[in-house]
Write a protein that binds this ligand. Sequence first.
Ligand SMILES: [Zn+2]
Length: 283
Amino acid sequence: MTTTPTVPREFRRSGVFSTSGLLGLWFILAPQVLDRENGLMAEASAGEIFVDMTYALDFNTPVFPGEPPFCFDVQNRIGDPDLPLYFGRLEMMEHTGTHIDAPAHVVVGGATVDRLPLQQLVGPGVVIDCVAECADNPDYQVPDQAILRFEAEHRPLGPSDVVMFRTGWDRFYSDPERYIHAGDRWAWPGVSVSAAELLAQRGVRGIGLDTIGLDAGCIATELRAHRAMLSSGAFIVENVANLALLPPIVDEILALPINVRNGSGGPSRVFARIASPGAANEM
Ligand SMILES: [Zn+2]
């Protein structure tokens, strides 16, 4: 790399880019890294980068047929002379947008979202790329072999890991009909029950992907991968954003759900921390 990377001004003061050509390259490969229309997706400061893996909730957030849409109702505006305050009211299903499924979602006696230990909500992250396999196959179910292959190429997975699957289906997120359906049936890629069982054996803290459901749309109502994962005590994150911005090995992924007493899950801020320029060497 001989040319100087074009780095958004917000990142220049960090000094990260002058010390690591590779990290600069990472940003070039991710040209959508700073998107003013849709909000900041990545932030850099000295020695670390944060990537937001969370969609901003709005009226266009995909929901299952029959479910109410996300609603943010502004109740008062800052320009109100009587009460110069800005605030609103939220209304949504627990499982709308980027969210966690707690074990109680499908497991009798499983932990509800308020009982997930904080330690479980953060861990070393990995991103398993299945984009090519899912490209023309909305019914694709990531097999356990994909995990074994990843382990052979990178590192074994273990009990503290948070494992993300990138299917590429997020390219349809802004088109909710396409994101969920093929014709009149549900269709999106998912994770097979054998893969979920293998990750449960590994004892991972959580699993996530860039579709609306862990089980592929064509068999979503069977919930078999959900059961395999959640009965191990792990959490699931669905509708994950920006996996394309992450290398295969990530220092930390944090998945922080709203704290609702006895909730089955809930909207979550999910993000990755890449601690040092060295992390980019994994790419
Ligand atoms: Zn869910």
